[in-house]
Design a binder for this molecule. Structure first.
Ligand SMILES: Nc1nc(O)c(N)c(N[C@@H]2O[C@H](COP(=O)(O)O)[C@@H](O)[C@H]2O)n1
Length: 279
């Protein structure tokens, strides 16, 4: 059986080779990939690697960073397996981020010469996506990211004074700058630069605040609700290689708190519409 990383790599290779299949549900694609690779490979991946190490000498690296083997004497199935495996591992490295010799970090399909951009299908689940959120009597915020960071400075006990329920003047000024920030990225940056002024209990309350924010975002936007429900029972992951609290981080073993909260909200929406509520 393929592990999650190999499966992810296989998924990327095959979906880029077959863009016409991009609407295929992930679980169906994964089953197809597993079946495809089991048919192609003579053994499971671990055994294959062993055979490659024993039977083929690695002779260097191709133009695109793929591993090259001296496969003289290797059987056809081994040759095919080696090619597939090296394509998969090259793709996997790129998904995780490759530091090129010239210092350019490349992710996914990016190369030092090309940057690929376009919103991914479920971009609505990112706090940086452009969906306004209304917050009770406090009015509209440009994105959920603006609101999240605004709450950090505009409410509760601030500046290390746990007893004081009111934010300081300085914290309120940061909150104003966050709110007026012209992009989610700017709001995020202002918050990072002023962390010392955030409410003292922020780490204790931030997950609950985020839960309420994304719930409001889903309630207020039919498109967000539709996309969220369209994920079915699939696991939701904030694919951030730099944040292992809200996302799954660089080793893909982080807390993925944002993904977990979205799965909770999805279950709530399903339960409200009378469907099964599995998280
Ligand atoms: N899309 C996106 N781009 C980034 O650069 C990000 N850091 C994130 N992550 C979001 O950042 C917020 C985390 O803030 P704190 O670490 O709590 O200060 C949170 O909204 C993440 O989802 N996303």
């Amino acid at each position: 059986m393929l592990d999650a990383k190999a499966l992810e790599a296989a998924y990327q290779v095959i979906s880029s080779a077959h863009p016409d299949q991009s609407d295929m549900p992930r679980s169906v694609a994964e089953d197809a990939i597993t079946a495809y690779l089991s048919a192609l490979l003579p053994a499971d991946v671990a055994e294959l690697v062993e055979r490659l190490q024993a039977g083929c000498q690695r002779t260097g690296e191709g133009d695109n960073g793929e591993e090259l083997y001296d496969v003289e004497g290797a059987s056809d199935d081994m040759w095919e397996a080696a090619t597939t495996l090296s394509a998969l591992s090259a793709r996997l490295e790129r998904a995780e981020g490759v530091m090129e010799p010239n210092g350019i970090e490349c992710h996914g399909l990016d190369t030092p010469e090309r940057v690929c951009f376009y919103e991914q299908d479920f971009y609505v689940l990112s706090n940086f996506s452009s969906f306004e959120v209304e917050w009770a009597s406090r009015g509209h915020f440009k994105t959920s990211e603006h609101l999240y960071h605004w709450l950090r400075f505009a409410t509760g006990a601030a500046n290390g004074k746990l007893g004081g329920a009111q934010p300081t003047e300085a914290a309120l000024m940061v909150a104003k700058a966050v709110r007026e920030a012209r992009s989610a990225h700017d709001a995020f940056k202002i918050a990072q630069e002023n962390k010392t002024l955030q409410r003292a209990d922020w780490n204790d309350v931030k997950v609950e605040k985020m839960r309420m924010i994304i719930r409001a975002k889903a309630e207020q936007h039919e498109y967000v609700r539709r996309k969220l429900l369209a994920t079915g029972d699939r696991e939701l992951v904030e694919n951030s290689w730099r944040d292992d609290f809200w996302g799954w981080g660089s080793n893909r073993d982080g807390k993925n708190m944002l993904g977990k909260l979205w799965m909770e909200v999805r279950a709530e929406l399903r339960a409200a519409s009378g469907g099964p509520a599995n998280v």
